[in-house]
Design a binder for this molecule. Sequence first.
Ligand code: ZN
Length: 251
Amino acid sequence: MPEQLPEALDVIAVGAHPDDVEIACGGTLASLVRQGYRIGIVDLTDGEPTPRSPGPEVRLAEAAEAAGILGIQERITLELPNRRLFDGFDERVALAKVFRRFRPKIVLGIGGKTPLASPDHWQAMQITDAAVFYSRLTKWDEKFDNLPVHTISKLVWYPLALKSLSMPENSGAFVMDISETFDVKLESIRAYRTQFPPEKERVFDMVRGINGFFGAGAGFKYGEVFLSSTTIGTNDLVRTVLPPVGPVDPK
Ligand SMILES: [Zn+2]
């Protein structure tokens, strides 16, 4: 009996650890939800162990709380190992199975290295890129629990490095206006109380500064930067380079 598939998602954002997605693109996800899209987050690991957390249950509860603040429809935590996450066949298949099950049109994945932070992030980028491809491979059904193939239309990267200006080569950068959801984003990051106690308040200053800087360049109060992995086309140049000011009308 083929598995009953859940309702499809429009966008899935993939992180290595709970809080990666919130830090880099929480404002965008909250905006997409307000615009009527169905959004999911996949954490490749549960992020444990970490120095300040009492255990995985607490971290999972924080992740669930953050997801509720953003208003997203699904959050999936895969059981890949934190701190020793490596791009490999099983890792790619595990993520591709999520893509086949939830059938996103767009995948958001970590873009680039994060110097002085976890090397899991770079591995997550490789796993995500590969899993987007694996999601549509035919004649390999048994490797994917016989889930139907699914072709993802676009892969967009989000830079996660807070201490680097480097971006992946040959990527087209664009900025998403998060002025309306910046406070929601901060609240979702604050849900990770074990990761961001008062002595790490500087993380919020960094996020505010980075989102303010990227937003200002595009004419927004706050913005999140994305990098298209492939060429983006448009049939409305005016709307593309001159987006409407203010919140977009719901669909
Ligand atoms: Zn991380």
